[in-house]
Design a protein. Sequence first.
Length: 269
Amino acid sequence: MDALHEKKRRLEEILKELGSVAVAFSYGVDSTFLLKAAKDTQGVRVIALTASSRLFPCRELEDAKAFCESEGIEQVIIEQDGSEIDAFRHNPKDRCYICKRGLFAKFRDIAAQRGFPFVAEGSNMDDLGDYRPGLAAVAELGIKSPLREAGLTKAEIRELSRELGLPTWDKPSFACLASRFVYGEELTDERLSMVERAEQRLRELGFRQFRVRIHGDMARIETERADFPRLLADGVAEQLDRYLRSLGFSYVTLDLGGYRTGSMNRNID
């Protein structure tokens, strides 16, 4: 057996040891693969737990619902809006810890009420290489991380997802909308909506991997460097500039560093 499928076999063993598991499911690449693996592993009872939050576009929730329906997986949707928590709304450096601590505590309680002794989440080995305060909350609450335990990377999860025919195998990476804000900059419904609508316009224009970061009244667009020429082509840049300014941004910029995860963490010690 090759190394990749040995890791998949190890994942199945981990899931069998859990027996009954509630999977925190967002329809991201990782959580979709984990949920599918749990559902397909013989002897494992599984349920999906999904948060409905202002911090994620509505389409993500609808896609999560559709996937569970297609797979015949029971799904519980929890209303959770971290922006209502004062400590989170003011956007401190540990905002991800605050949010995940509250959310996974709810997940754990709901799972226990339904007879599921374990909650699992979808972080992978690549998540260990960046500033991830949310992982501290995961550890404190005893949440399981089967993909990391099996040693799986993002690229390996995508490859295994492709083999399984999962629609998320090549889905662009996504993170909650709060990650678009400079630490310390207040999160409001209006500003979250500005970011969501700006990114939706980029998606409508055919871009796949991007972020619109917000710095006061300035939007900083990150795209793959290969997409620079298309974004700067006649008409496209002007259209984006006009639309984003109509949302409330005063300045619209292109980050010459290109798309990268965690770019707001650059100045964190």
